[in-house]
Design a protein around this ligand. Structure first.
Ligand code: CA
Length: 326
């Protein structure tokens, strides 16, 4: 009798785990509609029903953390007009060369390519005055909205380019951990994941910096030169086991999960699940789908066939609307 009850309990536990609703992760806020990482973009993602909202973090000259996707400023701000002489020899403007007060004087615009053309031309086309936000600005905004709407929407910060910051004399992971601890967010039970592409840094966070927060190892391709990590190793079952020692999940690139031409799974999601890791791939963009797929087919394949546990998206509303119908 006892065994029978235990069996029932285990069955219900298992079905609860496998039926857990996948997480909708607002990639850089709501950049499908408003310039990425601005407070306006975060607010829109929040109101569209995201479960988590992402913050890419880079350091300023005065050791503050701002929310910015790149270590450079010119692709999303007017820095070249405001501070024309402050570029480095490579012609680029680095956030690390500016104080927070200086960065707050910049306006943020839609992401542009090297020629100054908007990367996603159908997205926001106005010239309103958007600004760079700090990590703490976004923590406060999300926590205040949570309090007022009685919700518990999570944070999903990414530590950007820790090896580059270190070369420049800045320990960005220490800065991030200090902010998390100040806000009581270095806690495995809080609604927050910290992500990083650099596997040595993910290991350092857990083993040397004593991070308690849930960690996600991002998976790139070696030829992107994203970090010193060898991603070919992290794609093997042995690599996944090594990740599982320090992290709760992986953030792979969607084409690492499926051959887009044949729609055959690569097996990486299954292997990650066997290793006990959650899988939160990036990035669903309904305005940049492969030619052979529409939104419905893409989301159905990711959630229903591959059984991913969460999805980074520029279009929170599209994914939120898809999920309850499954
Ligand atoms: Ca990111």
């Amino acid at each position: 009798m006892k065994l029978y009850v235990l069996g029932l309990l285990m069955m219900s536990f298992t079905s609860q785990v496998s039926a857990a609703k996948p997480l909708v992760i607002a990639h850089r806020g709501a950049p499908g509609y408003l310039p990425e990482h601005t407070l306006e973009s975060v607010t829109l993602a929040y109101s569209q029903g995201a479960d988590f909202i992402e913050q890419d973090l880079v350091a300023t000259k005065d050791s503050q953390l701002i929310v910015l996707h790149d270590i450079h400023l010119e692709t999303v701000t007017n820095v070249e007009q405001v501070f024309p002489t402050r570029k480095r020899q490579d012609g680029r403007y680095y956030a690390l060369d500016f104080t927070l007060a200086e960065l707050k004087t910049l306006t943020v615009h839609e992401r542009q390519d090297a020629k100054g053309n908007q990367v996603f031309p159908q997205r926001y086309q106005g010239n309103s005055s958007f600004h760079i936000a700090t990590f703490e600005d976004q923590i406060e905004l999300i926590q205040q909205l949570n309090r007022q709407f009685n919700k518990n929407i999570g944070l999903y910060p990414e530590i950007k380019s820790p090896a580059w910051h270190k070369e420049q004399g800045v320990d960005i992971s220490q800065l991030v951990m200090a902010v998390l601890r100040k806000h009581n967010l270095d806690d495995a039970n809080k609604n927050i994941y910290v992500q990083c592409f650099d596997f040595a840094e993910t290991q350092r966070l857990r083993n040397d910096l004593g991070a308690k927060v849930k960690l996600i190892q991002l998976i790139a391709e070696n030829d992107w030169l994203e970090s010193p990590t060898d991603y070919d190793i992290l794609k093997t079952p042995e690599g996944l086991s090594a990740i599982a020692k320090v992290a709760q999940g992986i953030g792979p690139w969607i084409p690492q999960l499926v051959d887009i031409k044949t729609m055959q799974p690569t097996g990486y999601v299954k292997q990650a699940h066997i290793a006990g890791l959650q899988v939160h791939p990036y990035t669903f963009r309904k305005d940049a789908l492969p030619d052979n797929l529409d939104t419905q087919q893409t989301l159905q394949f990711l959630f229903n066939d591959l059984k991913i546990d969460g999805l980074f998206t520029d279009f929170t509303d599209t994914v939120v609307n898809y999920l309850p119908n499954q």
